[in-house]
Design a protein around this ligand. Structure first.
Ligand SMILES: [Zn+2]
Length: 472
């Protein structure tokens, strides 16, 4: 039998950091090739992100049979319209909640791309029409219900605590006279979520021989190294130390709502419930409405906003809030402080001693938030040197990624991992986490690091070779 008839799958990940997720998976099958992509996100906040987003594609999207999207974050979905612009005409398989949120996310990505392209005087990566085409090609799939996007391929979504709508994706590829090749893609992973219950994976999945493509964002951080939650303590300390205005930049989907809920549970208990809470950022407010009325969150969590909260309507109101010296808490997009109303607040408030600024997400090195947290007495905001008088703090308390020990716990529940392939983490973190997994997992035969310029080829039993990729 010639090599062209062998049943193998090629898996690669051409992202070397924590954004730009995309996992091309190409199946060599006697009945014909099957090509699909799991996620196709934007590179964001990393060195040469812009160049990587605009780099020529080293595959032909028109040859893809389908796309699977694990969840609604721009670093996982933001380049899907680019696939359609370049000839892809298949379906994107998503969960219902992801489909409900995706129009907000893709239109926001398109807007950011357009604004940056105008600034850089170049043609935008894609346009609104490409977004529309992507949105008309969504195929909604139920959690736990296996579907067949094409012959010989079965796909099942399982709930993932990373974000509402997020899925762990099992792909089972079959071939006559061969065992199935089963691949589980974690996307970004967290065990639980305050907004919905995450059931255990069913026994039949745990017992499958599996290839697992797993994220490793916090692959060198252990939950035991982290102290008790600090966010509310920090707020209380700030309020007791003469701070009047606390600004909290927050990611628009998931984090913004969790911060709102945290404030709701803390007000009256840890700080005066009469302190006005303001919520700003159009995108986050639209997500709030989806959380409240459309998405499958627990009924008991629908009322997640603090008592007496107000949305900031219009820039006049924003100016008034900025001028105020009353005690107030403002939650606004974006999480890293680069987009939405955050830059306006930060620029106006950073030089005031009665201001606290509390970041709540991972800050990439080129973000405003990173500069604010790590600079000394002065900080460069929009090319203007400002005195940093505000009390600036950050926390990883709200992270929606599992730590190394939590990933190990997740992985150790499987009976037979034929190979673990690590992606979505700094390369040094992936490599260290790979070493940790080799020691800590007794159920895993091999560990590979994706993103090092090699495609991993597997057959029904094991990794058969690593193939050097063409430079992209
Ligand atoms: Zn994510």
């Amino acid at each position: 039998m010639g090599s062209q008839y062998r049943f193998t799958v090629d898996i690669s990940a051409k992202h070397e950091g924590v954004s730009g997720s995309g996992i091309p998976t190409f199946v060599h099958h006697p009945d014909g090739e099957i090509k699909f992509m799991v996620d196709y996100g934007m590179f964001q906040g990393e060195e040469d992100s812009e160049a990587r987003n605009y780099a020529p594609l080293d595959f032909k999207p028109k040859n893809l049979d389908f796309v699977i999207l694990t969840h609604n974050h721009a670093d996982h979905n933001g380049r899907i319209p680019l696939l359609y612009k370049n000839g892809f005409h298949g379906k994107v398989y998503v969960t219902r909640d992801t489909a409900l949120m995706l129009p907000l996310s893709l239109r926001d990505s398109e807007k950011i791309i357009r604004i940056n392209a105008e600034k850089g005087r170049k043609k935008a990566l894609y346009n609104e029409k490409d977004v529309d085409i992507a949105l008309t090609n969504l195929e909604i799939c139920e959690f736990g219900k296996t579907f067949e996007p094409m012959p010989n391929v079965k796909v099942t979504f399982f709930k993932n605590g990373h974000l509402i709508g997020a899925a762990l994706v099992l792909v089972q590829i079959s071939c006559c006279n061969h065992d199935d090749i089963n691949i589980l893609y974690t996307g970004d992973y967290k065990k639980s979520n305050v907004f919905f219950d995450v059931p255990q994976l069913p026994k039949w999945v745990l017992e499958l021989p599996l290839y697992i493509v797993c994220e490793s964002t916090y692959g060198t951080t252990f939950s035991s190294q982290e102290g008790p939650p600090t966010f509310v303590n920090n707020l209380v300390e700030m309020l007791n130390n003469g701070i009047n205005t606390i600004l909290i930049p927050a990611l628009s989907v998931g984090r913004y709502q969790e911060i709102a809920y945290t404030l709701k549970t803390a007000q009256g208990k840890y700080f005066d419930a009469n302190i006005q809470t303001w919520f700003d950022g159009n995108l986050a407010i639209k997500y709030n409405n989806l959380f409240k009325y459309e998405l499958g969150i627990l009924p008991s969590m629908k009322d997640f906003m603090p008592l007496n909260f107000k949305y900031v309507e219009g820039s006049n109101k924003r100016d008034e809030i900025i001028q105020s010296t009353s005690k107030q808490i403002i939650v606004t997009t974006s999480g890293m402080g680069n987009f939405g109303p955050a830059p306006q607040y930060i620029s106006a408030l950073v030089e005031r001693r009665d201001v606290g600024i509390h970041y709540t997400c991972y800050l990439t090195p080129d973000s405003t938030g990173y500069k604010m947290v790590n600079s000394g007495q002065n900080v460069l905001i929009d090319s203007i040197l400002k005195r940093k008088c505000a009390d600036v703090r950050t926390t990883s308390q709200f992270s929606s990624h599992a730590r190394a020990d939590e990933l190990q716990q997740f992985l150790s529940q499987f009976k037979n991992i034929r190979a673990l392939m690590l992606n979505h983490g700094e390369i040094s973190v992936r490599t260290k986490f790979a070493e940790y997994c080799k020691q800590a997992l007794t159920n895993c035969k091999e560990v590979a690091v994706l993103g090092l310029g090699y495609t991993v080829r597997v057959n029904e039993w094991k990794i058969v070779k690593s193939i050097r990729e063409k430079a992209s």
